[in-house]
Design a protein around this ligand. Structure first.
Ligand SMILES: C[S@@+](CC[C@H](N)C(=O)[O-])C[C@H]1O[C@@H](n2cnc3c(N)ncnc32)[C@H](O)[C@@H]1O
Length: 318
């Protein structure tokens, strides 16, 4: 992206720095590295989202709920995924790094009302975007409950899935997690961003999974694979990135085997600029699946931030 980046908003930035410093101090005191990153991640959320209510108060609620979730789910997952980030990148997980992520957040807001191609060139191909994605997955997979949901669905499928696809695979962390559980299966990671695919290749490489995963650059709405190609498909937080989610979901259904399973996650009322379609309710999400000829087998709703439920659904062909 060659266009100059918009200046940071002073009030938000200073609030961000203050909060991050506080949590960095706490993290150092407790010698807990993940907490440092929790600070980064929460602060990023504050910056790039127009949170309802007073910013500081909202921030504290988010941080508190994240810390509580960490206490429940343990730190190991996040810590090991952040370790992978350190193995594949020298991105500084410090205040400097936080500034870079904030700049990307500003850039994301700059594409508000943009087209899919604008989002793709301004955000998905930004050099910092893989870091943003990686840090996000390192936190959310475990604390939002989506990783346990996916792994449980994998275990519960009556036939063992051999062909697994992560559509919009981002950093590749989740695809790696699933491949580790589904011994013997082959994985396909699809994403529109060549930068993310490069990052995902490295992440799968440090986990020794590169021989079991094929990474392909493609648009979910037009997949270069034959019908019924996959037994298990993930489409996690990607359908809302399309201007036309039904087109993407129809394509995912086409490549899903007749007895295959598809897991989607979609946030409700999550109005960030890169979401080219905002779902207003859980009903709308359910309608999307049902009208695509899919049957909802299991569903879980998790609050990822105050007022923003994330809907995780395991679906099959109706
Ligand atoms: C919010 S991220 C989610 C990444 C990952 N699935 C997760 O849940 O953490 C959205 C991802 O979808 C990708 N993406 C957006 N539009 C896409 C499209 N039309 N086709 C394929 N990938 C797309 C982006 O590059 C990004 O990696």
């Amino acid at each position: 992206m060659n266009a100059p980046k918009p200046p940071l908003q002073e009030n938000r930035l200073s609030r961000f720095i203050l909060i991050t410093r506080l949590i960095l101090a706490l993290a150092t005191k407790r010698n807990r590295y993940p907490l440092t990153c929790a600070a980064l991640w929460s602060a990023m959320q504050l910056i790039y989202r127009d949170m309802p209510g007073d910013g500081m108060e909202t921030y504290l609620v988010i941080t508190q709920s994240q810390v509580e979730r960490f206490l429940e789910s343990g730190w190991d997952y996040t810590e090991s995924r952040l370790h992978m980030l350190r193995q594949v990148s020298n991105f500084p997980l410090t205040l400097d790094g936080a500034h870079q992520l904030v700049e990307l957040s500003q850039q994301m807001e700059g594409v508000r009302h943009g087209s899919f191609d604008q989002v793709r060139s301004a955000v998905y191909e930004d050099p910092t975007y893989p870091i943003f994605q990686h840090v996000g997955q390192a936190f959310r997979n475990q604390t939002s409950g989506r990783l346990p949901f996916v792994l449980q669905t994998l275990v519960d499928t009556p036939t063992r899935p051999h062909r697994i696809c992560d559509a919009g695979c981002g950093s590749g962390i989740l695809l790696g997690d699933v491949l580790e559980q589904a011994q013997g299966a082959m994985g396909t990671g699809i994403d529109i961003s060549s930068r993310l695919l490069r990052h995902a290749r490295q992440v799968l490489g440090v986990r020794g999974l590169d021989q079991r995963a094929r990474l392909t650059r493609a648009d979910i709405r037009n997949l270069p694979v034959e019908g019924n190609a996959f037994d298990f498909i993930l489409a996690m937080e990607v359908l809302e990135h399309l201007p036309d989610p039904p087109v993407g979901l129809a394509e995912l259904r086409r490549v899903l085997a007749p007895d295959g399973w598809l897991v989607t996650t979609i946030p409700v009322e999550d109005r960030v600029a890169v979401h080219l379609h905002v779902f207003d309710s859980i009903d709308e999400i359910n309608h999307l699946h049902v009208s695509a000829g899919l049957k909802i087998e299991r569903q879980q709703v998790v609050q990822v931030a105050p007022g923003i439920p994330n809907v995780i659904s395991a679906v099959r062909k109706a």
